[in-house]
Design a protein. Structure first.
Length: 451
């Protein structure tokens, strides 16, 4: 029997897609830069079906690409050509929140927004958030160790994982869903799978840690002359506002692109750099925020403490991805730079990119999570296949002691850079782990570890 028939026996004919019209949306990543044809897209309903799919693919010698909401930006969740795409969209069950333990069991295919809503209904908060919330899935969030704006206070996905269920390449189901805070019996396999980008196992369920919702929120948009000034404001926020939850930044050019895309006017004065800070607490944190801004000598800021006002300010920051994509296919470098080197990095960026983009114009739009030193360098202009700009930015990052991937993952986009970033010894250790859990290289080949 052919592989497609075997898969149909496992998940049902309706969930094995081969028609190009039906598979297309699973085959290209969100940027439009990465992707290829899938042999088929298969949508199992639970871990048992995932295990059977993995066994069938292993037997047929056909590699498999796990995929959540397909909101990835580094080509880690789309086929290169000829793989089976395993979509987790049907594994979307959400259990009741366990209010005593502060955890909720969630299927890998549930969206982040669905998880957030389930938590909010009982006065809890999933405390991880980013713009793709309505489409990205919890499994993908964990597989990439996604971070977002609130990681500054609450940590990246890793900090929220109280347990995991996952399926290895040979169909073995691993389950650590007891939710015991203290459980150091043996190797922490869930910790190993977080951030492994579908190369070690397919995550099928997550026990997600929630926190009590903090009802009072206040957001400030602050125009500043430089990144150095933004650093000083961050310092003051840390000193005076323990309720600080997010500290984001963008630049003049990015704001202009977003304003044009959203057809709105800027709510704040013109500046080189904009800082977006948010505080959240049980009682109104406006006083703390004002004290911090005062201490930093900030004279000009727009402050909002109501939902509509806050969302309006956040849309300026979160709207960057979509507004940039509306102009062209960007090169995206999700990098991390130590805060002390951030000013240096941003100052050198245009020149470094300009020199690398030998043909045509390159428009550099950096924005991101200031408090984490996490910059999303978006570059418009160079063709999708032209890696010179990417290489130049990553070279600069490594030279400044930063990381080539902060929260989007390595994917295929940066696999060739992993050895340079981590060194030969670490890469060899990673290959040993991969070889032990997926000896045939069945899972997501070419992602994270270069072929
Ligand atoms: C964000 O922080 C996301 O908005 C996307 O991580 C970043 O589009 C990007 O480069
Ligand atoms: Zn981000």
């Amino acid at each position: 029997m052919g592989l497609e028939h075997l898969l149909a026996d496992i998940v049902g004919q309706a969930h094995v897609l081969t028609d190009p019209g039906l598979t297309a949306s699973y085959e290209t990543d969100w940027t439009g830069r990465f992707g290829g044809r899938a042999r088929a897209v298969v949508r199992p309903a639970d871990a048992a079906q995932v295990a059977a799919v993995l066994r069938a693919c292993a037997q047929a010698g056909v590699p498999l690409v796990p995929q959540g909401g397909n909101t990835g930006l580094v080509g880690g969740g789309v086929p290169r050509g000829g793989e089976i795409v395993l979509s987790t969209v049907r594994i979307a069950q959400l259990a009741e929140v366990d209010a005593a333990l502060g955890v909720v069991a969630v299927g890998a295919g549930a969206t982040l927004a669905a998880l957030q809503a389930a938590a909010a209904r009982v006065g809890e908060d999933a405390t991880l958030d980013f713009a793709a919330r309505d489409s990205c899935t919890v499994g993908g969030v964990v597989a990439c160790d996604a971070g977002g704006a609130r990681a500054l206070r609450h940590g990246t996905a890793r900090a929220h994982v109280a347990g995991l269920e996952a399926v290895l390449a040979d169909g073995t189901v691993l389950s650590r869903m007891s939710g015991l805070t203290k459980d150091n019996a043996g190797y922490d396999l869930p910790a190993l799978l977080i951030g492994s980008e579908g190369t070690l196992a397919v995550i099928t369920r997550v026990l997600w840690r929630v926190s009590r919702r903090l009802p009072a929120r206040v957001t400030a948009l602050i125009p500043l002359a430089s990144v150095a000034e933004a650093g000083r404001v961050l310092e003051a926020l840390r000193a005076h506002a323990p309720s600080l939850e997010a500290c984001e930044f963008f630049v003049r050019d990015g704001l202009e692109i977003v304003l044009a895309h959203q057809r709105r006017r800027s709510p704040v004065g013109d500046a080189a750099v904009y800082l977006l800070a948010e505080c959240a607490a049980a009682a109104d944190p406006t006083g703390e925020l004002a004290e911090a801004l005062d201490a930093a000598g900030v004279r000009d800021a727009v402050v909002a403490d109501d939902t509509i006002g806050r969302e309006g300010l956040w849309a300026l920051r979160e709207g960057h991805t979509e507004a940039i994509n509306a102009i062209g296919i960007p090169h995206k470098l999700d990098v991390g730079v130590p805060l002390a080197r951030l000013g240096d990095f941003l100052e050198r960026l245009p020149q470094v990119v300009g020199a690398a983009a030998v043909t045509g114009e390159a428009r550099v739009i950096p924005f991101g999570h200031l408090g984490d030193g996490n910059v999303h360098v978006n570059v418009l202009g160079p063709g999708p296949q032209d890696d010179r700009v990417d290489d130049a930015v990553l070279e600069l990052v490594v030279g400044l002691g930063g990381t080539i991937s902060a929260e989007h993952g390595v994917g295929v986009a940066k696999a060739a850079w992993l050895e340079r970033a981590r060194g030969a010894d670490e890469l060899a250790a990673m290959r040993a782990v991969k070889g032990a859990l997926d000896p045939a290289g069945q899972l997501n080949p070419g992602v994270v570890l270069p072929l």
